[in-house]
Design a protein around this ligand. Structure first.
Ligand SMILES: [Fe+2]
Length: 305
């Protein structure tokens, strides 16, 4: 693989691309192929007072879950409790951040605009290095993302990150080539077993999804990806020996990446904002690059009904 990221310098907040049609599609394609789009300057509006508020809270003392998260569909803030004024301010900062990122993604990745399902956003105020989380929740082990409660049925997980730390980079390790990763490890992680899922199980899952049960509506692809996430974190040989690249995202940089295809580990860094979009298969510009298609090729069977 060539450059670990593609530095974007022809997109400006408010105005968008200089050549909108070509650039938006080319960027979707690059993302779907496992590239990371890198913006050295903030590509959307985030008031300096909001940034300072996020940086100035006593996060280690607040009753904080893993992160502070915001669910745009319910306009709900989760993961933090404290005095009402602080929580209300956090809520409005994250609500505004989400609005800004939607506008940014609508302009910068126009082929996806309006077709996505808007997922959660989060603020990650704790230092990633030596967080002491349980193995499957550790962020510093390489993994691909999969969400137990939000199956994508082959759709993709696009994430936009911003490093709000004014002084320190956010450091990631990545392995970008999903096809190589899958060819080495998918069978060992049980791909064939998931591909063999019986018709009865699939029908049951489909009905569960239609009736709105949490985590239902999972395809064999969704179930495999949940397993693959855990398998990769459990696999010490993979963690130690896989070809990985170290990336340092400087203060106030923003980056976009498909975290279901690019294996990633956050090695250090504190104060990141993140918004997730779920991109359905029919919005992808290069469906053959999608993990479900690569896995179907390896399994020789369909994984998404
Ligand atoms: Fe992740």
């Amino acid at each position: 693989m060539s450059e670990p990221w593609i530095a974007i310098d022809d997109y400006k907040p408010g105005r968008g691309w200089m050549e909108p049609n070509q650039r938006a599609r080319a960027c979707c394609l690059a993302l779907e192929r496992g590239q990371i789009l890198f913006f050295r300057e903030l590509p959307f509006n985030l008031p300096v007072e909001d940034r300072e508020f996020l940086l100035s809270q006593p996060w280690t003392e607040l009753r904080l879950h893993k992160n502070v998260s915001y669910r745009p569909d319910e306009d709900a803030l989760r993961g933090v409790s404290g005095d009402k004024a602080t929580v209300d301010r956090l809520h409005s900062i994250l609500r505004n951040y989400t609005t800004q990122v939607i506008d940014f993604a609508t302009k910068s990745l126009a082929p996806y605009a309006g077709k996505w399902t808007l997922d959660f956003s989060s603020f990650r105020p704790l230092e990633e290095e030596r967080r002491g989380l349980p193995l499957h929740k550790r962020n510093d082990l390489l993994h691909v993302d999969a969400f137990p409660s939000r199956p994508t049925r082959g759709g993709r997980i696009l994430r936009v990150f911003t490093n709000l730390n004014p002084a320190k980079p956010r450091v990631w390790n990545v392995m970008q080539d999903f096809e190589t990763l899958a060819r080495y490890y998918a069978k060992d992680a049980g791909l064939d077993k998931f591909a063999d899922e019986s018709v009865i199980t699939r029908t049951f899952q489909d009905w569960g999804g239609k009736l709105g049960f949490r985590g239902m509506g999972r395809t064999p692809y969704d179930m495999f990806m949940l397993r693959f996430h855990d398998y990769l974190k459990e696999n010490a040989e993979f963690q130690a020996n896989c070809p990985k690249v170290r990336l340092e995202f400087p203060p106030l940089a923003t980056w976009m990446v498909y975290t279901d295809g690019v294996a990633h580990a956050a090695m250090s860094g504190q104060y990141a904002l993140e918004q997730t979009f779920l991109i359905p298969t029919n919005a992808l510009v290069a469906r053959d690059q999608a993990p479900y298609r690569i896995l179907e090729k390896i399994a020789g069977r369909p994984l998404v009904s």
